[in-house]
Ligand binder design. Sequence first.
Ligand SMILES: Cc1cc2nc3c(=O)[nH]c(=O)nc-3n(C[C@H](O)[C@H](O)[C@H](O)COP(=O)(O)O)c2cc1C
Length: 328
Amino acid sequence: MKKNIPYFRFEVAPMLKKTNKYCRYFYRQLTKKSLLYTEMIHINKIKNNEKILLENYNVNNIVLQLAGNQPKLLSLYCKKAEKIGYKEINFNLGCPSLKSQKGNFGACLMEYPHIVSNCIKSMSDSVSIPITIKMRIGINNSSSYTFLCDFINLLIKSGCQRFIIHARKALLYNKINTKKNLIIPKLNYKIVYKIKKEFPNTKISINGEIKNLLNIKKHLKYVDGVMIGREVYKNPIILTKIDNYIYNCKNKFITQNPLIIVKEMFPYIEKQLNNKISLITIITPLLNIFRGINGLHKFKKFIFNKKNYLNSKKMEVLTNALSFIKIK
Ligand SMILES: Cc1cc2nc3c(=O)[nH]c(=O)nc-3n(C[C@H](O)[C@H](O)[C@H](O)COP(=O)(O)O)c2cc1C
């Protein structure tokens, strides 16, 4: 009998200024099954421009990631997001930036479990789609195993249905900056596996420097799902294997030929150019599809050439640049 594979078995991590709507459209061409995320959106940003919630071509397999700390506003936008058709709503408890510390959202909220509990309760009481949390294994001194268990226990009771755990604690309050918070301190995958054992009825996904299909499978022996961020961005071709390898779904329409992938996106790219979006903005997430391929250097040189860059409301720039790519 075919095993029922949960839709969150594999997900692409939200990454501010990287996994934007152009990127998500591109990723969806490479994998029909993986769960994709919006970048983190602060509720105040939505308050100023609700149209931001409508930025996706097809939301039915996309998670909206929210940041903030006001239960009423969170609940309001959860309701709107559910109506629009988002698959889940994720609450950010992992962002270590100075801005998030000043604004009291993201990872620093892990120090205030009751604020988080109120937010999650308010969100989950207002919608029927799952409310999930993306978090760290701890922050600063709040990082013992007991702390983590108590935190998760409280949030399960508040209505959180799934946890995506970045297996590294965040060091806040000027200890280190945002970039370093993504490479130090050391990852601790075992604590995430232990949490899964501790809460067998709760869905737990793991995140942090997972780099290839073999490692995804290894983690999946211990947890319910795997999330990858930077490696997918650096090497998006990996996504063409996910539907088959993780979801057992033979998707014959997905090619692994980068040139065909990009050419199949021409109608979309043209439409965006007609909307006055610059070529660079639309194709930046695509560039790494040519990683390791002959001609990439010349391709990039051509695209980033000042003259072409300035003219780049034209499809022609892309078609000319692609002539440098030589696939064996
Ligand atoms: C440029 C960048 C932007 C990020 N933006 C977000 C974000 O908007 N929301 C979020 O929850 N995490 C964000 N993260 C963290 C990632 O989602 C992920 O947890 C982290 O990169 C670890 O996973 P990885 O090692 O597979 O990249 C960001 C990371 C990077 C590198």
